[in-house]
Design a protein around this ligand. Structure first.
Ligand code: PEP
Length: 251
């Protein structure tokens, strides 16, 4: 059985006090969500230790939004996978489209980040997805295949087993324009097929593939009802605890 996961990417939002309150509300609301759904909050780096302490003993897991592509050293401003592990963080988003776009992350650098995160027993949420022009040109499958192949296919089977994938069409992120449930299902099945081709269908069937892009309480149920959609990576709506819990309650 694949894990169902709903993860909230807070991006660069909330002060420490606001983030603490938001996490508290999510923890309080988590009793309304089916026990089979893993709930993950992903605050900014500065909030992680406090929120890890707050979430201890609850069912809510904590993730980071990125990690460095190097293990340690003279990389001012960077945060390593081992630092995240030492702070009690369990998940890390890698390859979010905003990082690919504004911070020049490449499929190759993401392969390196994935290896470091896995060495530290973090669960990477590896993001992939096409831009609007690429979809309009009919290149969306090729774009996603390249991202998945170049970042993931150098990993060993035992490493890939630990990875969660998030399909996030760039045109749907923060735009209010959600992929239809059929579009999401089509791409999720395609990604699962790629994994099956490389690692076999048993492994492919065990990997959680989340949908991300303007997912909200009003459309989550339809998306999550699709057989290859195992949950969501939620941006804007994760900043309102009631919406995040409602989305997670949509399974
Ligand atoms: C995201 O940034 O991962 C995301 C899915 O954002 P939003 O839900 O705001 O579109």
């Amino acid at each position: 059985m694949r894990k169902k996961i709903v993860a909230g990417n807070w991006k660069m939002n909330t002060s420490l006090a606001e983030g603490f309150s938001l996490a508290k509300e999510v923890i309080a609301g988590s009793s309304r969500v089916d026990q089979g759904v893993e709930l993950v909050v992903i605050p900014p780096f500065t909030h992680l230790s406090e929120i890890v302490k707050l979430a201890r003993g609850s069912r809510v897991r904590v993730g980071a939004q990125n990690c460095a592509q190097w293990p340690k050293g003279a990389y001012t401003g960077e945060v390593s996978a081992s630092m995240l592990q030492s702070a009690g963080v369990e998940y890390v988003i890698l390859g979010h489209s905003e990082r690919r776009e504004y911070f020049n992350e490449t499929n190759r650098s993401l392969f390196e980040k994935l290896q470091l995160a896995l060495q530290e027993n973090l669960t990477p949420i590896f993001c992939c997805g096409e831009k609007l022009g690429e979809r309009e040109a009919g290149q969306h499958f090729a774009v996603v295949e390249k991202q998945v192949a170049e970042s993931l296919f150098g990993l060993e089977t035992r490493q890939v087993q630990q990875v969660v994938i998030a399909y996030e069409p760039v045109w749907a992120i923060g735009t209010g324009k959600t992929a239809t449930a059929d579009q999401a299902q089509e791409m999720h099945a395609f990604i699962r097929g790629l994994l099956a081709g490389k690692y076999g269908s048993t492994l492919a069937d065990s990997i959680s593939i989340l949908y991300g892009g303007s997912c909200k309480p009003s459309n989550a149920a339809e998306l999550f009802a699709k057989p290859d959609v195992d949950g969501g990576l939620i941006g804007g709506a994760s900043l309102v605890a009631a919406d995040f819990i409602a989305i997670a309650g949509s399974f």
